[in-house]
Design a protein around this ligand. Structure first.
Ligand code: BES
Ligand code: MN
Ligand code: MN
Length: 506
């Protein structure tokens, strides 16, 4: 059985150059989702992905129009009796600033050593492309796929993913599947393969502080005027203290703590994460809640961060002014069962509580997404584990990511299927930063582990006997493992409507 995958693996090896050149073409399109001026580039990138899907023989390939950037969809459902996998990645990328720190231009893919440098190289164009190339290799060598697939690629992941959320909530029946594979994560260290089983949620907001109706002379009005920037500083300092404790009443009430079993699992990670993090940051301390292990702080505890402050006098020289207004971008990373909307309200209330007299503060939500921790006791995770082990020659570690991939919770909650996060990024890939890279050997590993996963899922007798593990999950672990409020109409009910393609049930 495992022999059947050899021609496809060989195809990958024989087409390394071609895959790389095509990936470079995709990377050259500056698809920065958050910047309005790249709207056309977003469409071009979506088109590029769609054309790839068409070329490898997927059906019903199309761009799905949204309020934001298009989704790319394609399917191949000609394997009756086989399970259906929903494959996800994103074609959008983060902004490139500060541009001066790039060693080669962000959208001119450049190879140095074993690495491909460019914005989006690993997050997520390279990894998303690995899905496409895995399908291509299977299709070109077998003429068919070992299972049914639906491919859904989004263009707003880096900007909050609002459009895909609406699409999944409104049309779960179009995404009927037995398992969802998300290729947008990394591994802890070189040669330490992993399966991610959780991602954090997020709530991103802007705080605007306004004092007097105009900027003031700081002597003429000093001692009697509110200072918007200082008021903001007071508020920010009140939200999180120097020991990393967040002071937002109610924040820690509903969170699900990590389990002892998880802590034991994390301890089996052969990579020395604290050392890796210190090296990456160029620091010899890991500031944060002292009573928690850094691993836990990084993936199973909420965080509060300030991303930027816009306001006041920052030019050369001196200007004696009391600023009337300032804005700050902030976010909290969340863990199950902290819901973004609820946490936003807590944040808003706390900001008002801390706001000094004479200043008004407005808190505006920018985007939010749920955390998810997926159950590990299902045949699809087993298949992923075997795929990884076959590819890397060693068993994967199981880790929770500190980052957020909002669609993970949506697939879990709305589609009600097992979610598998596979990826091959490295901690020093500089994602979201200058000189992002993809370690090229891991680009090919990514393709191959996805390919092996699809092959195993399509040929696993345990899965064939019962592809739809989610049906049995629904009443038990799954419900208990995800957030439960507010998802009534769109959650459980919709997931019950979801069916895999007609005729697939043997
Ligand atoms: N691929 C990342 C998430 C990630 C980062 C996974 C590191 C594993 C390791 C994703 O593209 C991302 O950056 N997500 C954003 C989501 C946000 C904008 C809603 C994030 O985490 O900031
Ligand atoms: Mn990503
Ligand atoms: Mn990202």
């Amino acid at each position: 059985m495992s022999d059947a995958v050899q021609p496809a693996l060989q195809y990958v090896d024989e087409h390394r150059e071609q895959f790389l050149e095509e990936l470079k073409d995709l990377i050259r399109i500056p698809s920065i989702s958050t910047l309005p001026k790249h709207r056309k580039d977003m469409r071009r990138a979506a088109r590029f992905v769609a054309d790839q899907l068409t070329a490898i023989g997927l059906r019903k390939v199309r761009l799905i129009k949204t309020a934001g950037h298009p989704l790319v969809y394609g399917e191949w459902l000609d394997a009756p009796g086989k399970p259906t996998a929903l494959l996800y990645g994103h074609y959008d990328v983060q902004p490139v600033d500060p541009l001066a720190l790039w060693e080669s231009p962000p959208f001119e893919p450049t190879i140095r050593g074993d690495n491909l440098y460019a914005r989006g190289a690993v997050d997520d164009k390279g990894q998303m492309f690995a899905i496409v190339k895995a399908l291509e290799a299977l299709m070109r060598t077998g003429g068919t796929l070992p299972l049914n697939v639906r491919v859904l690629i989004e263009g707003e992941e880096e900007a909050g993913g609002e459009s895909i959320e609406h699409y999944v909530v409104e049309h779960p029946e179009r995404l009927g599947c037995d398992v969802a594979l998300i290729v947008d994560t990394g591994i802890p260290a070189p040669d330490v393969p992993s399966i991610t089983y959780g991602v954090r949620g997020i709530i991103y907001a802007e705080i605007e502080a306004r004092g007097a109706k105009r900027d003031l002379h700081s002597g003429e009005f000093g001692g009697i005027a509110p200072n918007a920037i200082h008021a903001l500083a007071v508020v920010l300092a009140g939200l999180k203290d120097a020991r990393g404790h967040i002071h937002i009443p109610g924040l820690y009430d509903k969170m699900r703590p990590a389990t002892e079993e998880e802590r034991r699992m994390w301890a089996r990670n052969p990579a020395d994460m604290p050392a890796i993090w210190k090296r990456e940051m160029g620091l010899d301390v890991l500031p944060g809640e002292p009573e928690y292990d850094p691993i836990e702080r990084n993936c199973a505890r909420p965080t509060f961060e300030v991303h930027g402050i816009i306001g006041g006098f920052t030019g050369d020289g001196a200007k004696t002014v009391i600023p009337a207004e300032v804005r700050a971008k902030v976010s909290l990373r969340l863990v199950p069962d902290q819901r973004p909307k609820a946490v936003f309200k807590l944040l808003e209330r706390r900001v008002q509580e801390l706001c000094p007299p004479g200043v008004t503060m407005t808190v505006t939500e920018i985007h939010g997404g749920d955390a998810v921790v997926v159950p590990l006791d299902n045949v699809y995770i087993r298949a992923a584990e075997r795929a990884v082990e076959q590819e890397w020659g060693k068993a994967p570690v199981f880790e929770r990511s500190g980052g957020s991939i909002p669609i993970g919770a949506l697939f879990d909650r709305v589609l009600g299927v097992p979610v598998v996060f596979l990826g091959a990024g490295l901690p020093d890939d500089n994602i979201h930063a200058p000189n992002e890279k993809f370690h090229l050997p891991y680009f090919y590993r990514d393709i191959r582990q996805i390919l092996r996963f699809l092959h195993l899922v399509g040929n696993d007798p345990a899965i064939a006997a019962r592809p739809n593990v989610s049906a049995q999950r629904r009443g038990t672990t799954r419900r208990a493992s995800t957030a439960s409020s507010a998802d009534g109409a769109n959650g459980a009910a919709a997931s019950r409507r979801v069916r895999t393609p007609a005729g697939k049930k043997a």
